[in-house]
Design a protein. Structure first.
Length: 122
């Protein structure tokens, strides 16, 4: 199952610098372990914020819940979790890939071949 998770971090300003450094180091190690395992395949920064948008690929909601609750920064985060499903127009989807292969490929809209066909029919 795929989930998009937006994580907003709000560390207290008076948090001890040593505690802060330790939390951030543990968060980095844990997130990189999950990325290497394939459970956390994508992570992006949200510009101008202490936030990220991540994609998780997990077996079920319980697994995602356990992963998120074990983040060292979890007590300082606000999260929004969105379940994802494949879009039928996604050219990378396995179903459409098979259709394209059967039909002989995928042309971009407005490609030279398509434009020349339009001119030829005028």
């Amino acid at each position: 199952m795929l989930f998009a998770v937006t994580m907003d971090v709000c560390l207290p300003l008076d948090l001890d610098p040593g505690v802060r450094s330790d939390l951030i180091a543990r968060e980095k190690a844990y997130s990189q372990q999950l990325q290497c395992s394939g459970k956390w395949p994508h992570i992006w920064r949200i510009v101008g914020q202490y936030s990220n948008l991540s994609i998780f690929d997990v077996a079920n909601t319980d697994e995602l819940h356990d992963i998120l609750w074990n983040l060292p920064l979890f007590p300082y985060m606000t999260m929004r979790v969105t379940p994802l499903a494949h879009h039928p127009s996604d050219i990378a989807s396995p179903v459409l890939r098979r259709r394209r292969e059967h039909r002989g490929g995928c042309r971009k809209r407005g490609s030279p071949a398509r434009r020349s066909q339009a001119v030829a029919t005028i």
